[in-house]
Every structure is written in structure tokens, then in C-alpha cells.
Ligand binder design. Structure first.
Ligand code: MRU
Length: 356
């Protein structure tokens, strides 16, 4: 159960396979699983071996590239048909995080650009593209982190939710990237991590990342957040996002909306850190973002242990939508958009210099 804190490699390419840390068993066990096809990667995404919006985008890109390698000996017709099936399978593995579709569309472009080439050339181009999407995600998170770190005062306590860290991306993280960058800038920042029921990404993954890196972290249950806000013990909230609509509404882990409402009540800045690949200009508002419903077993117990009454009806939406009006600022690799509106968000895609 060890990993170099500076180099949590959520995904890595080894021996012509994709290897991913099995996040279902962290922090008790630190183990990589290997994948060699679209079907196996799609199942890993569905079952949460890998999770977090940017990380599942990278995983899907590798899944597509692996499928091309697997299908390389086939006729061009079978190769194209198989790749198309792989695309659909990966695209359907989880519905809310738009990074998955973003990465797959990038991969499709690479395929289309080489359509008249041999299977081998297409497969090599797709693997290079998956490597590049993954490497670029780390560079983006560092840029985003530097912009966000400027918003945090020295000596501050920051509440975060779910896991938007290295494990949720190719590295460094989005919300936790902001924290890491603030630390790198010499700021003293400590974290309050909400445990994040039902899948416990906060207790298992965020706490693990921060403990590994010796960034002070205190774990609370989700229903304690308002108590600490009311006592003035939280100076800022930084969370990630799974999809940001064109109007600035934010879909993120279920419970994020509750924190944003509490933050507004207590005058605490509520920041959303995400790459541009999480912003979906084709989705007008949060109302149109598909919300994944997950298995009842995630709520009735954890792994082999059930604590709820057998037969009880369960709801398990994995995400909720925070209206743009509750977001103090969006932190992206292109800069910070305060009080996000559609105009400000669209501006991110046009401007090259950072906005503050
Ligand atoms: O269900 P998960 O664990 O994939 O949900 C993850 C989140 O909600 C994260 O906050 C989001 O993907 C941002 S990760 C940088």
C-alpha cells in the first residue's frame, strides 16, 4: 500500500496493456489491474476501478486504442465495425462526466484523419493520441492548480468533497491540484475531507492522497459540514466537476449542491475546479445533464457488509446539480471565471490569456 506521493499513476501503459490502480479497494490495498480491450476498460469504468471525470476520459481513450490494437489483424471492414462497437460500449459506460465523450470524440477524429491508412497505422495513431490526452491532462491540472492557488489565503482550511485528486485524473488533480499548487507556492493549507457517502471517495481516496503527501487533512462525515461552516472553521470550498453546462450549472458528486447552499448561507467562497474538457457547451443548463443512478447495494451497505433493512426501497443518484448562481468561481487551465455566466464560460474557449 505505497505510492510515491508526487507520482500517483492512476493509469499507466505497461507491456502493451493499460494498467489502472484498483480504486475500489483503496486504501486497504494498492494494486494495479491490467486491461487489453474496450470491453474490459468499459467494465472497469462502470465498476469504478477507475473513476473521476478526467480519469475516465483517459481510460476511455486507452480503451479505444486497445481495441484498435486488438482488431489490427482483421479486414478493414471488420476493423472499422469493431472500433465503432468499442466506441459505443465505452461511451455508454457512465453517463454524467462529459470528459468521457470528449476524449472519445478526440479519438474518433484521429481515426477519421487516418481512415484510408492501414489498420496498423490507425492503431499506432490512436495509441499516441491516448498517451497525449493523458499527458496533457497532467499539464492542464498544473496550470489550473496555479490559477486556483491564488484564490486561497495563507493559513486556510479548505473543505473538499468526493475525490478530485490525482486518482480522479491522470495526475495532480483538479480540486486537490489547487491544494497541491497552493502548498507548492508555500501556502499553509489544511483540508477538511467529507467522507462522501455512499462510495466514500472522500474517506478512502482524498484522505489517502493527502495523508500520503503529508498535507494536513481532517475527515468528517458529510452531515458535519454545516456545523464547521457555522463556526467559521472553513475558509473556502473547492470541488471538482463531472459536467459544467453552458450556463455554468455544475454536476458533481451527490451532496455538492448541499454544500454550495450551506456555503452561500455562511458567506464562504465555493470554487469549482475543472478542465475545459469538463465544460459542455452543447448542454444549455443543468436540467439536461444526465444523472447516473447507481446500484442500491452502494447505499444499503459497503462491499460485503449490509446494514440497511433487506427489502427497503433505495435511491442512489450519483450526482447532483449546483446552479451557477451558487458558484463563486470556476477555476480552469485558462484562468478563473468569477460568478460564471454563459458569456464568461464561452470566453474561455476563445481567449488564450488567463482571465482573473
Ligand atoms: O463517481 P465518481 O467517483 O466518478 O465521481 C467523481 C466526482 O464527482 C468528482 O468530483 C469529479 O469527477 C471531478 S474529478 C477531477
Amino acid at each position: 500500500m505505497r505510492s510515491d506521493p508526487e507520482k500517483i499513476e492512476t493509469l499507466r501503459w505497461r507491456d502493451n496493456k493499460l494498467e489502472m490502480i484498483d480504486q475500489r479497494i483503496l486504501p486497504a490495498h494498492f494494486k494495479y489491474l491490467a486491461f487489453d480491450s474496450a470491453v474490459s476498460v468499459a467494465e472497469a469504468i462502470r465498476s469504478m476501478v477507475v473513476r473521476g471525470a478526467p480519469a475516465i476520459g483517459c481510460a476511455a481513450a486507452y480503451g479505444f486504442a486497445l481495441e484498435a490494437r486488438r482488431l489490427e489483424p482483421e479486414s478493414p471492414e471488420n476493423f472499422a465495425r469493431g472500433l465503432e462497437q468499442g466506441f459505443v460500449m465505452l461511451a455508454q459506460s457512465r453517463p454524467t462526466a462529459v470528459n468521457l465523450l470528449w476524449a472519445l470524440r478526440k479519438m474518433r477524429e484521429v481515426w477519421q484523419d487516418r481512415k484510408t491508412e492501414s489498420n496498423a497505422i490507425i492503431a499506432a495513431g490512436l495509441l499516441a493520441a491516448a498517451h497525449e490526452i493523458t499527458a496533457e491532462d497532467i499539464r492542464i491540472n498544473h496550470r489550473l492548480g496555479e490559477h486556483g492557488a491564488g484564490l486561497l489565503p495563507d493559513n486556510s482550511t479548505v473543505l473538499t468533497y468526493c475525490n478530485a485528486g490525482a486518482l480522479a485524473t491522470a495526475g495532480h488533480g483538479t480540486a486537490l491540484g489547487v491544494i497541491r499548487s497552493a502548498r507548492d507556492q508555500g501556502k499553509r493549507v489544511s483540508i477538511i475531507a467529507c467522507e462522501t457517502r455512499p462510495f466514500l471517495q472522500g474517506a478512502r481516496l482524498t484522505a489517502w492522497e493527502m495523508v500520503q503527501e503529508k498535507i494536513p487533512v481532517t475527515l468528517i462525515t458529510d452531515n458535519m459540514a454545516g456545523h464547521f461552516m457555522s463556526r467559521g472553521e472553513i475558509h473556502a470550498i473547492v470541488v471538482g466537476a463531472d459536467r459544467v453546462a453552458a450556463n455554468g450549472d455544475v454536476a458533481n458528486k451527490i451532496g455538492t449542491y448541499m454544500l454550495a447552499v450551506l456555503a452561500a448561507r455562511h458567506g464562504i467562497p465555493f470554487y469549482v475546479a475543472c478542465p475545459l474538457s469538463t465544460i459542455d457547451l452543447a448542454t444549455a443548463s443543468g436540467d439536461s445533464i444526465p444523472i447516473e443512478e447507481r446500484a442500491a447495494e452502494e447505499v444499503t451497505g459497503y462491499r460485503d457488509h449490509q446494514w440497511a433493512a433487506t427489502g427497503v426501497t433505495v435511491c442512489n443518484p450519483a450526482f447532483d446539480v449546483t446552479p451557477a448562481g451558487l458558484v463563486t468561481a470556476l477555476i480552469t487551465e485558462k484562468g478563473v471565471v468569477r460568478a460564471p455566466t454563459e458569456g464568461g464560460i464561452r470566453g474561455l474557449f476563445e481567449s488564450s490569456p488567463a482571465i482573473q
